[in-house]
Ligand binder design. Structure first.
Ligand code: SF4
Length: 368
């Protein structure tokens, strides 16, 4: 049993079920959980709580496995770099470390590949390979903190994959990351980015609650990859728009719980020259977002390798920004980090695997 896949309560239940006849449960599971996430160590025999009961410690070691996946590569572009982890079946996950002023943000993957097929995205070219388990998602954070010694305090689910398409594993990973007895990452420092998967947004909203005593997350952030001002353009670049229209998406966004005056929904908008970057698109976008507490993150396109799309000129980006701002929409231009290392937004994806999979299947949009 991969211990990194078990949130605290699940670990306690498993521990009690396995060792209950010895009268052991929460007390020992709690000690294991804290040591594991705070120090990156799973060695029950070394814990004072187990000193009087070494058979129990050995039994725990037999039933639970802990092995961080080995580093399979690291590609840097100054302070921003991505690292690859070799998974048990030979596949690789990709994670990006992004420096902030005082700490680091980690951009984690939730799947290997992706089935959403966004036309401007490098990951989409791989097609869908498989979901990551909760443990494989958490392992990315553990490697960053305990192996690479990076001061990670922010997590964004913006790496490979659509998090809502792997909802249960992502939800368990969030429970583990935010647990105060372990990694203790504040929910307000976590953002889940979705292509606009309405069912997933509604499920995720149920995990968020204003009341602390409810045990729900108080301030989880939602980012939505919008990228178009109307259905016509969005459907041309994002097949998901055929499943949920922009109006259905807006209804779901209006229901998203914003529990703090500082909170807003992040609307990501990748600017593609000649596709969605005209001033009239900015005006349409402002109209679409009216009534939503949203900030638009303008992302000048990071070119992939095939040259289908082009990054607009800085003047064009500034014009779009100004038109949107003047229309009353809060927005900002995101500085591009990591594009030389293919670690920037929309650039993750294993190229060799991508080529072989494309020949075999090609990306298919099929949402669960
Ligand atoms: S942009 Fe996100 S959802 Fe779209 S194909 Fe890429 S990884 Fe998948």
């Amino acid at each position: 049993m991969d211990i990194l896949s078990l949130p605290y309560d699940a670990l306690c239940r498993k521990f009690a079920a396995l060792h209950g006849k010895l009268g052991k449960g929460v007390f020992h599971a709690d000690a294991v959980f804290q040591k594991l996430y705070r120090d990156g160590v799973f060695d029950p025999e070394s814990l004072p709580e187990f000193v009087a009961n070494l058979p129990l410690a050995r039994s725990a070691k037999q039933h639970f496995s802990f092995a961080l996946p080995p580093l399979a590569g690291k590609q840097g572009d100054g302070d921003t770099f991505k690292f690859l982890l070799r998974l048990h079946d030979g596949l690789e996950s990709e994670t990006v470390v992004i420096p902030m002023r005082k700490y680091k943000t980690l951009c984690v993957s939730s799947q290997v590949g992706c089935k959403m097929g966004c036309r401007f995205c490098e990951t989409a070219r791989m097609g869908f390979v498989r979901h990551l388990t909760a443990g494989e998602i958490v392992a990315q954070v553990m490697v960053a903190r305990h192996v690479l010694r990076e001061p990670v305090e922010n997590i964004v689910f913006m790496g490979m994959g659509e998090p809502m398409d792997n909802f249960d594993a992502v939800a368990d990973a969030i429970r583990i990351l935010t647990d105060q007895r372990g990694l203790a990452i504040a929910a307000k420092n976590i953002a889940v980015s979705t292509v606009g998967h309405v069912t997933g947004i509604e499920r995720l909203a149920k995990l968020v609650g204003a009341d602390k005593s409810s045990g729900r997350l108080q301030r989880l952030h939602l980012a939505v990859s919008l990228n178009a001002p109307n259905d016509e353009i969005r459907a041309a670049i994002m097949p998901v728009n055929g499943l949920w229209s922009m109006s259905e998406l807006k209804d779901a966004l209006l229901r998203w719980p914003l529990n703090h005056p500082d909170d807003f929904i992040l609307a990501e908008y990748v600017l593609l020259e000649g596709v969605n970057d005209a001033p009239e698109h900015a005006l349409m976008l402002a109209e679409y977002l009216r009534g939503l507490n949203a900030c638009v993150n303008l992302i000048p396109y990071n070119p992939g390798l095939d040259g289908t799309y082009v990054r607009p000129s800085p003047e064009r980006v500034t014009e779009f920004f100004k038109t949107l701002s003047d229309a009353g929409q809060y927005c900002r231009i995101r500085g591009t980090k990591g594009d030389n290392a293919m670690a920037a937004c929309g650039q993750l994806g294993n190229r060799a695997l991508s080529r072989s999979l494309r020949q075999a299947q090609g990306p298919v949009l099929e949402v669960t």
